[in-house]
Design a binder for this molecule. Structure first.
Ligand SMILES: CC(C)(COP(=O)(O)OP(=O)(O)OC[C@H]1O[C@@H](n2cnc3c(N)ncnc32)[C@H](O)[C@@H]1OP(=O)(O)O)[C@@H](O)C(=O)NCCC(=O)NCCS
Length: 325
């Protein structure tokens, strides 16, 4: 017998306030055409000042729990990926735990845009080892609060949002790495030598301030294509399947041109890729579960499908996970 973390529900939440590209050109030297052509982004959502990362995370988690037909009290593990926590401590996950009436353990993970993949792998390990029965894996961000709104190279790219999935520990019997439901393989990597390509110029131990996001965009772009392709190929190979067997690729939504370049490199047809970044820009750790929720709403997420999620972000960090629904 072997135990797997099986996907039971997906959910998402986007703040009400929409900010279209043309609204940014009222105070930045940019325009809608440049942003659309270079990134694929049309608009982003900005959280209400009364909303925090925990607010967004809780709403996304409730959506995922509804989809799973479960209650907060069924959950005994929350792993929340965020680079924009409510407070330096305690973890934002503990606020969500209290709001949902969940038990067990709750903690945050920080791997920036790769955070959701890291959180998923961490939660899956706990389920497989029997440390938890049902986990919420959340990606939630309020990136609007760490942007330099005078920097056109970064301000146009990011937005706020949250997404979540419910994983449940299930005894799946005698299965090969590629058969049966659940998380089949995960692949996580980082390279701290590339810290300065994408970082925030503050923090509790340096400036005592939250700081603002800084990025060498074109260098990040080149790294992203290579790293993401590597993660996808390794993750699929670990499970013993071929890229052609994957039904749905759910990428971190950073830039349309990155998605296209990766798809060409690994040989994935465009109709197998879920793309939502036109609607909300780069929401960092939230973007994969938001895209999963969009796939659910578009009825693209069905039973017995091979779903490959992937991301790259600050650190640099990168990774992928292969899930059979
Ligand atoms: C940021 C990004 C869209 C810039 O596109 P690019 O084609 O690489 O553009 P460059 O950085 O080479 O800049 C080209 C020109 O556009 C300008 N530019 C940058 N942002 C602009 C904007 N919002 N509007 C108009 N012009 C802009 C630059 O100043 C530069 O002008 P110059 O030639 O006069 O110096 C692109 O590099 C990117 O998406 N990188 C990955 C970023 C990312 O996804 N990060 C998160 C990873 S999780």
């Amino acid at each position: 017998m072997s135990r797997r973390g099986v996907l039971r529900g997906v959910g998402g939440y986007l703040p009400e306030r929409r900010v279209a590209n043309h609204a940014l050109s009222t105070f930045l030297d940019t325009d809608d055409q440049w942003i659309r052509e270079r990134t694929g982004i049309a608009e982003r959502r900005i959280a209400d000042p009364r909303q925090t990362t925990a607010t967004l995370a809780t709403l996304a988690a409730r959506d995922a729990l509804d989809h799973a037909g479960m209650a907060g009290s069924d959950i005994d593990l929350i792993v929340l990926a965020t680079a924009t926590p409510d407070h330096t401590f305690p973890a934002t996950a503990t606020k969500v735990q209290a709001a949902l009436g969940a038990g067990g353990a709750a903690f945050d993970i920080q791997a920036v845009c790769s955070g959701f993949v890291y959180a998923l792998a961490t939660a899956d390990d706990a389920l497989v080892r029997g440390r938890a029965r049902a986990a919420l894996v959340i990606g939630a961000e309020t990136f609007s609060r760490i942007l330099d709104w005078g920097d056109r190279g970064t301000a146009v790219l990011f937005g706020d949002g949250a997404g979540a999935v419910v994983l449940e520990a299930v005894e799946v019997g005698e299965v090969t790495p590629a058969t049966g439901p659940g998380v089949l393989s995960t692949y996580l990597r980082s390279d701290g030598r590339q810290h300065d390509l994408l970082y925030v110029d503050g923090g509790p131990s340096t400036t005592g301030q939250a700081g603002a996001l800084r990025m060498l965009g074109n260098q990040v772009f080149k790294q992203a294509v290579e790293r993401i392709a590597e993660a996808m190929e390794r993750c699929v190979a670990q499970a013993g399947v071929a890229m052609g067997d994957v039904d749905l690729v759910v990428p971190h939504q950073a830039n349309r041109r990155i998605l296209d370049a990766v798809a060409r490199r690994v040989g994935v047809a465009p109709d197998r890729i879920v793309t939502t970044l036109d609607l909300h820009g780069n929401t960092s750790a939230a973007s994969i579960p938001l895209a999963l929720a969009a796939a659910r709403d578009q009825k693209r997420l069905g039973p017995d499908q091979l779903v490959l999620v992937e991301a790259m972000g600050g650190g640099l960090t990168w990774g992928a996970a292969l899930i059979r629904t």
